[in-house]
Design a protein around this ligand. Sequence first.
Ligand code: UDP
Length: 140
Amino acid sequence: MAVQRTFSIIKPDATNRNLTGAINAIFEKNGLRIVAQKRIEMTQKQAETFYAVHSERPFFGELVEFMTSAPVVVQVLEGENAVLKHREVMGATNPAEAAEGTVRKEFALSIGENSVHGSDSEENAAIEIAQFFSGNEIVG
Ligand code: UDP
């Protein structure tokens, strides 16, 4: 297994409920190291670009509105097999289908307000990290 980096967002429903630390504790307990982290207000343009792959989906407008409704915490996580590990720890997109012990099972409010984002491939992780971090902000 290789050490990888992945991109993570703690979404507005979670920052609103003061869950940043609780979610980070789950990541760290599962071997994911936080090597970059900042709290930002995502702009409309950033949210539209980030979720461009979903621009034709019926939920796109709501998703952009949600992601810009309150601060988010953007992160780079590092660890063995980090992309898949993070996806496992997050749980299924729909919290009703998420496994016990996952972040979304524990905290997500709905399929839209589902507390966390995680990259779905190493290639997308690199693209997403570059959208929010410069190289010198990542300290491994
Ligand atoms: N989403 C939504 N309604 C849906 C499907 C997705 O609002 O029916 C939102 C949800 O916040 C999700 C994001 O769009 O996390 C991206 O969807 P994707 O299918 O890529 O899920 P993820 O990779 O986040 O599990």
